[in-house]
Write a protein that binds this ligand. Structure first.
Ligand SMILES: O=C1O[C@H](COP(=O)(O)O)[C@@H](O)[C@H](O)[C@H]1O
Length: 255
């Protein structure tokens, strides 16, 4: 699989990072809507949702054309404090008019059966992206990812068997080292077929792991394995604090 080199953009402050991210998302949605009349986006939990707030002030956003999924979700009720959906609701959806029916949550009725839960979410993707057989993998317009201090992304954790999943679009995990243990997650076949994938990583606490992921991809940490197939492109939106030890070349941000 041929993949373009990641583009790493580093910003001096959190607000410069989030403003640039908002510009980037607006451009991605504009291009997608012009081409196909909709914008397919996958969000993560953790620190990501709060970084999206400047989007609420942007003009020219066609919120009703957005179809939003989760790159990973915790197997908990939608109003549980651990839910990525609840976090996104509080930090982002509450500020923007995305129609409720365009936000694709897990099915809370299936929380007791993780296999059914992940299969049902995969079916939600199949429905959005046409038949699984004809379109081998979905092509998201944009997937926004975070990265944990151990190099995990979505719910793909170091050394876990899910790192080698090649077939399923959505898989489940019962033994996440980070609580809560039960989750569902996009697999690499989905992440690495997106048109654009962007990591958003900020803060001094991510310095060492960011260096390893960008400068030593051969170590195979989960975040290093994100390499969208051409013509897909991987971007890193980081702040100078997180990037302080990174040798990988930075690119000035331009739209
Ligand atoms: O557990 C999770 O962690 C990652 C990273 O979170 P962060 O707080 O370090 O940004 C997040 O991207 C993922 O969606 C979440 O389920």
């Amino acid at each position: 699989m041929v993949a373009a080199a990641p583009v790493v953009c580093s910003f001096p402050t959190a607000s410069k990072l989030t403003e640039a991210l908002a510009d980037f998302v607006v451009k991605a949605q504009k291009e997608a809507i012009e081409k196909k009349g909709k914008f397919t986006l996958a969000l993560s939990g953790g620190s990501l949702p709060q970084q999206l707030s400047p989007l609420a002030k942007r003009s020219g956003v066609k919120w009703d054309k957005w179809q939003v999924f989760y790159a990973d979700e915790r197997a908990v009720p939608l109003d549980d404090p651990d839910s990525n959906h609840l976090l996104c609701t509080n930090e982002f959806y509450s500020k923007v008019p995305i129609p409720k029916e365009n936000i694709h949550t897990l099915d809370p009725a299936l929380l007791d059966d993780l296999e059914e839960l992940s299969d049902a979410y995969e079916k939600e993707l199949i429905h959005e992206f046409a038949q699984k057989d004809s379109a081998r993998f979905p092509v998201f317009d944009l997937i926004l990812l975070g990265m944990g201090p151990d190099g995990h992304t979505a719910s793909l954790f170091p050394g876990h068997e899910l790192l080698s999943e090649e077939d399923r679009w959505v898989a489940y995990i019962e033994d996440s080292p980070k609580p809560p243990p039960k989750r569902i997650t996009f697999t690499y076949p989905v992440i690495n077929h997106a048109a654009r994938v962007a990591f958003v990583v900020a803060g001094e606490s991510k310095q060492d792991i960011l260096k390893t992921v960008l400068d030593k991809p051969e170590e195979g940490l989960p975040a290093s394995r994100v390499r969208p197939a051409a013509p897909g492109q991987l971007y890193w939106f980081v702040d100078d604090a997180a990037a302080a030890k990174v040798n990988y070349p930075k690119t000035p941000f331009k739209l």
